[in-house]
Design a protein around this ligand. Structure first.
Ligand SMILES: *Cc1c(COP(=O)(O)O)cnc(C)c1O
Length: 407
């Protein structure tokens, strides 16, 4: 292929270096097309996408049913604002509420907005239902969690990179170690209105809490009359082989935060899902979003819900996940310090003696497999649930080969 500017990786990298804010450090690949688990870069090279947009692409690139839903709605109606109703909003909210098993849905756009909305909701609920004195509400969160990038959210992050230089921060948060139910119980005071947790910590490196932790969190929240808010923006909607990772661990949260895969990898769509005695505290004028619940997003969301309801995606995640964890387990002690995960979602810690996580990702990229490092030496694998067993084996062969060549 002759290289012109538009199909030269270097040309795109230069444009991005000069004109795109440097808040990311992408791998040296510039993608032009995607289909299923595969993407093609501007120079025509093909890669297996084993990141899947941090799980926003759970159903793969260009899923035909999702694209058809988007295309059909695109021609009819895309935006009304919430000043008026649309014929997609009611059905979307009803179908998502049914899927999750709660009464009501508050549609937003990004994951961070769902988290912010959940925090606002918890404070209002605390003042109105629990009679917490004005401006005293506190929320317990977990160390090493990830919930997005707004000022409030990075304010309670324990990652110095995420919070450094962005203060002053929103007060009212108490941080406890993740996975320690006693510490969580001890942090709850009469002013605590909610506990916010990821049922599996994604950005921390796919950290699955000890068995019994989430049920213990549920018990502590019930005992203190505190809302359990589960941030399932990344863990929810199929990644773990279940609609909700919290339920799979034997607990039920009061408030579920969903995002990423809810928009089918086509557009941003997030939601706060809870019963009417909680979400009902929000009344007209007290919260909103110009794009939240727009008909285009709702139409795609409805197609996503239908895919999840049908069940085969969840089944794939469980079966392929078992295969992936067995293969990754074989690498422990062979250059990999530990491997863990659930469903089609894994974190592996590379022995720092072999190289950084970044180096492993660059070598995998050169072998046609896209993954992303997190926290120096951890690699996170989250292929789309539509990946075939053969494609997954190919990706795992590449991981094995890279670990061997570095060792
Ligand atoms: C990605 C993520 C968010 C933030 O979502 P954005 O759409 O990037 O704002 C929040 N919580 C969790 C658990 C996430 O993984």
């Amino acid at each position: 292929m002759t290289l012109t500017a538009e199909n030269s990786t270097r040309w795109h990298e230069q444009l991005m270096a000069e004109h795109s804010a440097h808040n990311y450090h992408p791998l040296p690949v510039v993608i032009a097309e995607g289909r299923g688990a595969w993407v093609t870069d501007v120079e025509g090279r093909r890669y297996l996408d084993c990141l899947a947009g941090y799980s926003a692409l759970n159903f793969g690139h260009g899923h035909p049913g999702l694209v058809a839903a988007a295309r059909g709605q695109l021609e009819r109606l895309t935006l009304t604002s919430r000043a008026f109703g649309s014929d997609q909003l009611g059905p979307f909210c009803a179908e998502l509420a049914t899927l999750v098993g709660k009464d009501m849905v508050l549609p937003m756009n990004t994951g961070a907005e769902a988290v912010e909305s959940g925090l606002k909701l918890a404070r209002k609920w605390g003042y109105e239902v629990r009679d917490v004195p004005a401006d005293r509400a506190r929320i317990v969160v977990a160390a090493r969690g990830f919930h997005g990038r707004t000022i409030t959210i990075v304010g309670f992050s324990t990652d110095p990179e995420a919070r450094g230089g962005f203060g002053p921060f929103t007060p009212g948060f108490d941080v406890v170690p993740y996975g320690d139910a006693d510490a969580l119980r001890a942090a709850i005071t009469p002013e605590t209105v909610a506990v916010l947790l990821e049922p599996v910590q994604g950005e921390a490196g796919v950290v699955v809490p000890p068995a019994g932790y989430l049920p213990a969190v549920r018990e502590a929240c019930t005992a203190a009359n505190v809302l359990f808010i589960a941030d399932e923006v990344q863990s929810g909607l199929g990644r773990t082989g279940h609609v909700l990772a919290t339920r799979a661990a034997g607990a039920d949260a009061d408030v579920y935060l969903l995002g990423k895969a809810l928009g089918g990898g086509i557009l941003p769509l997030s939601a706060v899902v809870a019963d009417a005695d909680v979400l009902g505290v929000l009344r007209p004028g007290q919260h909103g979003s110009t794009f939240g619940g727009n008909p285009l997003a709702c139409a795609v969301g409805r197609a996503v819900i239908e895919l999840l309801r049908e069940g085969s995606m969840l089944q794939r995640a469980r079966a392929l996940g078992a295969r992936m964890h067995a293969r990754l387990g074989e690498l422990v002690g062979q250059g990999v310090l530990s491997a863990r995960g659930i469903g089609l979602w894994a974190g592996i810690d590379i022995d720092p003696a072999l190289g950084t996580g970044r180096e492993v990702c660059e070598r995998l990229c050169a072998r046609g497999v896209l993954v992303k490092d997190t926290h120096d030496s951890t690699i996170r694998l989250s292929p789309p649930l539509v990946i075939t067993a053969e494609e997954l084996d190919g990706a795992l062969d590449a991981v094995t080969a890279v670990v061997r060549e570095l060792g």
